[in-house]
Design a protein around this ligand. Structure first.
Ligand SMILES: Nc1ncnc2c1ncn2[C@@H]1O[C@H](COP(=O)(O)OP(=O)(O)OP(=O)(O)O)[C@@H](O)[C@H]1O
Length: 585
């Protein structure tokens, strides 16, 4: 080998190591794609695309660090530096490569530290529920119950009010409980629905009790999933103690408050009352005391929540969200799902009826995931459900069951992983948000068990390309190739707010992104300080993003976005690939 050849060989190796580092910066996916085109010489292990899948990727990163250390060690130096000019040349070139790797690693460390610091600042700012702490409301008599506002297959929901929850205007003294939302000026003109919400700011869900018996403990145990979104004071303390210590087993996991997840403020058992419409609409589930032919038990569970103006389904029947508003709605669902996922909960029954909707002071829809009756919230096993018998429930709504759930066959050792199942359902619901039929509904619709990705109908052209990309990735059959709710949410965040930082991704890309993150953090902190702006949907979303900031997830999101843009570059005349910062869009 000539000296010239040795130098070029050494530089090639140096470049190889550097490039692997840079690939990492562009995100695993972009790296994987570029790796297809990238090969090094025969004496060095060929870098295969799958090397960039998470575990292998980590292996390479660790190996790189080890290799860097090894190269710098005295023994290695002696071996190369002391030899012929050719060896010295190789060593120098290696040294150059290692220096660059070190530089890259240092940059990584700085970016990771920035993310951690930002996360720590925003984690401290916990989401405040709309109800102030209060001490009463643990019995049905504490509430005035109005009209029925909804009914499902397991419950009827009624509007309700309580002395301690009356609207702010009616208050002369400071009540122990009030709805914070009333503190804000609502800009929308008053409508009958709005008046009803003012008179009845709460909603009470009365579960139908067939088989749980009539003891409070048995009811709480058999309907325990409904308690997953309940706050720490939702159950009366003695009740909580019984359920925690008694032989009925422990309460399920409970998730912390989040702007896109329903909050159950009170949960109690009481005798089933005869509420408006009961005899006509659900006579069979009434107890014999109220209907001699009824099959229901005498007592049941009641949940007290905030009363929302409508469900997502009802809203979409009368409104067509624009491209930006639609994207914000999809993003909220992803944030809600990510919040559940992080706390080991899978909803398993996401559909537009189970998503409630209200408006922020700017009129932007705020989406709230509700009805946890089918959720998976195991105290120990996380999101993996042993599926050893056909009697194990996979969840609700078979049409929106992710392929890995719908196709699972029960058997010994079989486990269903729900980690990305709700994210898949968000992908399907996104079609409805953008004015399309849900492709998995109806006799002629696709089946999640056997659809092919190419059969998915196209979304309207007005849907931004990045959002189309997110939706198509969420509907990937293979959960390993599907982004998590967090990564999909990050993609939308970046598309909405980091367009400039994302443009021209190069070796300084991560630095640009880190700078943008710092600016964004400052803006969001200032918004929070300047009053009600902090309650706006966009501000809540930005806080969610920053409080969950992880470098790896961010890189994966960048990688997916770059991959999407590489696949279908936007026409020069339009900027549909990302969402303009102009809220008018
Ligand atoms: N907090 C609320 N505010 C306003 N309306 C609500 C609220 N909670 C529920 N509803 C209405 O009541 C309907 C039924 O509620 P929910 O979905 O919780 O009942 P369910 O019987 O558990 O439903 P499913 O048939 O999906 O199991 C909802 O679709 C919605 O229209």
């Amino acid at each position: 080998m000539s000296v010239k050849h040795a130098i070029s060989r050494g530089l090639e190796l140096g470049r190889t190591f550097l490039q692997i580092g840079l690939f990492k910066s562009g995100g695993r996916v972009a790296a994987k794609l570029r790796a297809d085109r990238f090969r090094v010489g025969p004496s060095v292990r060929t870098v295969q695309p799958q090397a960039f899948l998470p575990s292998r990727y980590r292996y390479y990163r660790t190996s790189l660090r080890g290799l860097a250390a090894q190269l710098q060690s005295a023994g290695f130096r002696r071996r190369f530096a002391g030899g012929s000019p050719r060896n010295r040349a190789v060593f120098l070139a290696f040294g150059l490569g290692v220096g660059l790797i070190e530089q890259q690693l240092e940059e990584d460390r700085r970016s990771a530290a920035t993310c951690q610091e930002i996360q720590a600042v925003f984690k401290k700012k916990r989401f405040q529920s709309s109800l102030r702490p209060f001490t009463s409301g643990y019995k049905l008599d504490d509430y005035v119950i109005g009209n029925q506002i909804g009914k499902g297959s397991n419950a009827a929901v009624y509007e309700a009010a309580a002395q301690f929850a009356r609207p702010k205007e009616a208050e002369s003294d400071s009540s122990p409980l009030e709805l914070r939302d009333h503190e804000e000026e609502v800009k929308t003109p008053p409508s009958p629905a709005c008046c009803s919400l003012r008179n009845f700011p709460l909603a009470i869900k009365m579960l139908w009790n067939f088989g749980a018996g009539s003891s409070s403990e048995a009811i709480l145990k058999s309907m325990s999933q409904e308690l997953v979104p309940s706050g720490p004071l939702a159950l009366k303390q003695e009740k909580e103690q019984i359920t925690l210590d008694g032989h009925y087993g422990v309460l399920p996991k409970r998730v912390s408050a989040h702007p896109n997840v329903i909050r159950v403020h009170r949960a109690f058992t009481a005798d089933v009352p005869l509420l408006p419409g009961a005899q006509e609409e659900y006579p069979d589930v009434l107890p014999a005391r109220l209907n001699p032919a009824g099959l229901g038990n005498n007592r049941t569970l009641f949940l007290v929540m905030k009363n929302y103006p409508c469900t997502l389904r009802q809203y979409l029947q009368v409104s067509a969200p624009g491209r930006r508003q639609g994207s914000l709605m999809v993003l909220q669902l992803l944030e809600g799902v990510d919040h559940l996922c992080r706390q080991g909960v899978a909803h398993r029954d996401l559909k537009s009826d189970n998503i409630l909707l209200e408006f922020d002071p700017d009129g932007c829809p705020r989406l709230v995931i509700t009805d946890f009756g089918c959720c998976l919230a195991q105290n120990d096993c996380g999101l993996q459900l042993p599926f050893n018998s056909m009697w194990v429930s996979r969840g609700g709504n078979a049409s929106l069951m992710a392929p890995e759930v719908a196709t699972a066959a029960p058997g010994p050792g079989v486990v269903i992983d729900y980690t990305k199942a709700d994210a898949w359902a968000v992908g399907a619901i996104s079609y409805e948000i953008f004015g399309q039929r849900n492709p998995f509904y109806g006799a002629a619709g696709l089946q999640s068990t056997n659809y092919q990705e190419k059969q998915l109908p196209p979304l309207p052209v007005r849907v931004p390309a990045d959002v189309q990309l997110v939706i198509s990735l969420l509907l990937r059959r293979n959960p390993k190739k599907r982004p998590s709710a967090r990564i999909a949410a990050n993609m939308l965040h970046l598309s909405l707010w980091a367009r400039r930082a994302l443009a021209n991704q190069d070796s300084a890309g991560m630095r640009k992104l880190a700078d943008w993150l710092l600016c964004q953090s400052a803006v969001v902190l200032l918004q929070g300080r300047s009053g009600p702006g902090g309650n706006r949907v966009e501000a809540e979303l930005q806080r969610s993003f920053l409080s969950n900031l992880e470098l790896e997830d961010l890189r994966a999101a960048v990688g997916f976005l770059l991959y999407g843009r590489e696949q279908s570059p936007p026409p020069a005349s339009c900027c549909h690939s990302s969402l303009s910062l102009n809220p008018a869009n």
